[in-house]
Design a protein around this ligand. Structure first.
Ligand SMILES: CC(C)(COP(=O)(O)OP(=O)(O)OC[C@H]1O[C@@H](n2cnc3c(N)ncnc32)[C@H](O)[C@@H]1OP(=O)(O)O)[C@@H](O)C(=O)NCCC(=O)NCCS
Length: 164
């Protein structure tokens, strides 16, 4: 599953991606994927403008159609980065797309002198996300009881900058 990553920076690029990502969110909502929560097009549009974000694209080949495989939004908290949302398209899940994106982002942050701890919140029942986060060095740092609307706990996970 070879592709390439890049930061999504220009307005034009971001607006095009917004439509695509909003359609992923709607599809996931229809499929009952719990991570979707309250994400909607309006919130995505705000996040797209405020976050630094990195995307992974797969070129089309004889074996598979290509396209946007995944993205990570990094919110700037000054002393840390927070992953506010990361999604890999269902077609590309289970192929370590998240690892590649996350490690590329960490290396780029380091090179820019803004290598920091990374924080995130994840539903306690989101086993595939917890597995992916653990693999790249996140550790459990807290739990918020019944944090989500359906009563599910949120796990707080942190990856110290020194893990790079
Ligand atoms: C969490 C997510 C970003 C991980 O991305 P990824 O590139 O698929 O990550 P990995 O390839 O490392 O797979 C992680 C785990 O997903 C599970 N997995 C494997 N294949 C899968 C598939 N086809 N579909 C779903 N999950 C799969 C496995 O448990 C795997 O862990 P393991 O290899 O130790 O068994 C991705 O699953 C996703 O987009 N999920 C929906 C959105 C979400 O939950 N985001 C996080 C909350 S904001």
């Amino acid at each position: 599953m070879n592709g390439s990553w890049r930061w999504c920076q220009t307005d034009e690029d971001q607006q095009g991606r917004l439509l695509e990502i909003a359609s992923w969110v709607e599809e996931a909502r229809r499929n009952g994927e719990a991570w979707v929560g309250r994400w909607n097009r309006e919130q995505l549009a705000k996040e797209i403008q405020q976050a630094r974000w990195i995307i992974y694209e797969i070129p089309a080949s004889a074996e598979q159609s290509g396209g946007l495989a995944g993205f990570i939004f990094f919110r700037d908290l000054n002393q840390a980065w927070e992953i506010s949302l990361t999604v890999v398209h269902p077609r590309f899940r289970g192929h370590r797309v998240f690892d590649r994106l996350f490690m590329a982002a960490c290396e780029a942050f380091e090179a820019q002198g803004v290598g920091r701890d990374v924080w995130l919140e994840v539903r306690a029942d989101n086993a595939s996300a917890i597995a992916a986060y653990t693999r790249v060095g996140f550790v459990l740092s807290g739990r918020r009881k019944a944090y989500y609307a359906d009563g599910m706990d949120a796990l707080l996970m942190t990856r110290p900058a020194s893990n790079n």
